[in-house]
Design a protein. Structure first.
Length: 339
């Protein structure tokens, strides 16, 4: 019996499906509206359904799985090479199906509801932090136009702006004071929203076992632990810690030919936010390793003496990524080993 693979090109309202045999022969094409998708797959014999990992793909994957189908997600960049002829929805769906039939193809794990909740929390916090940073920069820049300067940092801004507003002897006009007061109120409102999101993140990580395990690793806090859970879940789809570190983009980029191996800086692939959090965590660890005597700290201290600070940070982030993957995948808390 020939195994049928269904390449499904998802969109907002109109979906296109292409049925392909194990020999690559197209047997059926189907266009359907959004409301008819689940009904169509409920009346279709169990098959392998493949989609690109994009907006709403996790939702459709979970729903189609419930109907008895095996669902796979593929990174869009892998599909492009298999699309022949011109780009249209049917050709995209056929390319998705053909791409999935390669033995060495890598698939994207399907996120569950809790992972999507965690991802939403992180994205909301990231947006609020960016908005607050933009607003603080605007306040600082406008105050400079009146000859008033504020030092770096949130604490300095919170202290200086009220003082400037109360000082009747500076160059601020009545209109400027009114506008700066409104901007400062908006800044405080954004700060309150960020604090509320931080509390939700801490509450989420306290209730989640994988997040608790991740936080046993030095340099991993609630936000990084939540980002790890949202990105990789239990980490079982990675063969080992090195594969996870490579997926995070923390390993050297390779460009080798003619038997000559050439390595450059880190590849910067994978989850940008997760990689940044791991590097920041490594930086915090690197600042205190001189005071500790465990094997990881001794290794990091020696590395810091031999390499530049930023190179040492990335190297330590690479090691922390491998360690935290091992902790999550093996469901075992991290234990510091003393020298």
């Amino acid at each position: 019996m020939k195994t049928i693979t269904i390449g499904l090109d998802i969109a907002k309202n109109v979906f296109h499906a292409v049925f392909v045999t194990s020999h690559g022969k197209v047997t059926k094409k189907k266009q359907m509206k959004r409301a008819a998708v689940l009904k169509f797959f409920a009346n279709t014999e169990p098959a392998i359904v493949v989609m690109e990992a994009c907006g709403s793909s996790n939702y459709w994957a979970r729903e189609i799985q419930k109907l008895g189908h095996e669902v796979k997600l593929i990174a869009p960049q892998y599909v492009v090479a298999y699309r022949r002829k011109n780009k249209n929805d049917y050709n995209d769906a056929e390319a998705i199906a053909e791409c999935s039939q390669r033995d060495d193809m890598s698939f994207v794990p399907i996120k569950d509801i809790e992972q999507q909740d965690a991802q939403m929390l992180l994205r909301i916090r990231e947006r609020l932090v960016k908005q607050r940073t933009k607003l603080s920069n605007q306040i600082r820049g406008m105050l400079l136009e009146y000859g008033l300067c504020i030092n770096k940092g949130t604490a300095a801004l919170r202290r200086a702006v009220p003082e400037f507003l109360e000082d009747a002897d500076n160059s601020l006009t009545w209109t400027a004071r009114s506008l700066f007061s409104e901007l400062y109120e908006e800044y405080l409102l954004l700060s309150d929203k960020i604090e509320k999101v931080d509390k939700k993140i801490k509450a989420f990580t306290k209730e989640n076992e994988l997040c608790q395990l991740a936080q046993t690793v030095t340099g991993i806090g609630p936000i990084t632990a939540l980002a790890l859970y949202a990105a990789i879940g239990n980490g079982k789809h990675f063969a080992n810690g090195r594969h996870f570190a490579a997926w995070c983009g923390l390993v050297p980029r390779q460009h080798s030919t003619g038997g000559k191996s050439v390595l450059y800086g880190i590849s910067k692939k994978g989850n940008i936010v997760l990689r940044a959090l791991l590097v920041h965590g490594a930086r915090s660890v690197l600042n205190v390793v001189d005071k500790k005597e465990d094997k990881l700290s001794v290794w990091a201290t020696n590395l810091k003496m031999k390499k530049s600070y930023n190179v040492a940070c990335v190297a330590l982030a690479n090691k922390l990524a491998r360690v935290v993957w091992s902790v999550i995948a093996n469901n075992r808390p991290y234990e510091l080993k003393m020298v």
